[in-house]
Design a binder for this molecule. Structure first.
Ligand SMILES: [Zn+2]
Length: 134
C-alpha cells in the first residue's frame, strides 16, 4: 500500500499515477466547491439520481457524471452558473423547453440566482437515459 503524500489517497502500487488533487468522487467534487453553491449541487445530483436510478455516479472529464455503459449526463459548477451537459442531441430535442436559458450545443447554463428547473432537468436526464444507455 502506498499513500500519496500530496493528496493522501492510497494505492496498491508505489507512485501510482492518478489525478492528484482532483476530486475522485462526486462527494469530493461538491465538497471542493464554494459553500454557497453546494446545496444547489446536491439538489441537482438528487434530481439526476431520481431520474436515472440505474446509472452509476462517477467522475468523468473532471465532472460529476451519471454513467450507464457510457456517460449519460454531466454537471459542473462554474463561477456564475451551474452547467448541465446532456449532449448535443438532447439540447436539440429540448430546444423549445430550454428557451430563455443560455444553451450552446450540448451545454445548458443555469445562473446560480435562478431557480432550478427541476422538472425539466429530470425530463432531460430521463431522455439521456433512454437515448444513450448501453
Ligand atoms: Zn496524489
Amino acid at each position: 500500500m502506498w499513500k500519496c503524500p500530496k493528496c493522501g489517497r492510497e494505492f496498491a502500487r508505489q507512485d501510482q499515477r492518478h489525478d492528484c488533487g482532483k476530486p475522485a468522487t462526486i462527494d469530493e467534487y461538491i465538497g471542493a466547491q464554494d459553500e454557497a453553491v453546494r446545496p444547489r449541487l446536491r439538489e441537482v445530483r438528487a434530481l439526476l439520481r431520481a431520474a436515472l436510478p440505474e446509472a452509476q455516479e462517477r467522475m468523468s472529464w473532471s465532472m460529476p457524471t451519471f454513467w450507464q455503459g457510457r456517460n449519460l449526463i454531466h454537471f459542473a459548477a462554474s463561477k456564475k452558473h451551474l452547467g448541465l451537459y446532456p449532449g448535443g442531441e438532447a439540447t436539440a430535442v429540448f430546444a423549445e423547453a430550454l428557451e430563455g436559458y443560455d444553451v450552446s450545443k450540448g451545454t445548458i447554463r443555469i445562473p446560480w440566482d435562478r431557480e432550478l428547473p427541476a422538472e425539466l432537468i429530470q425530463r432531460i436526464a430521463r431522455w439521456c437515459g433512454e437515448a444513450y444507455r448501453k
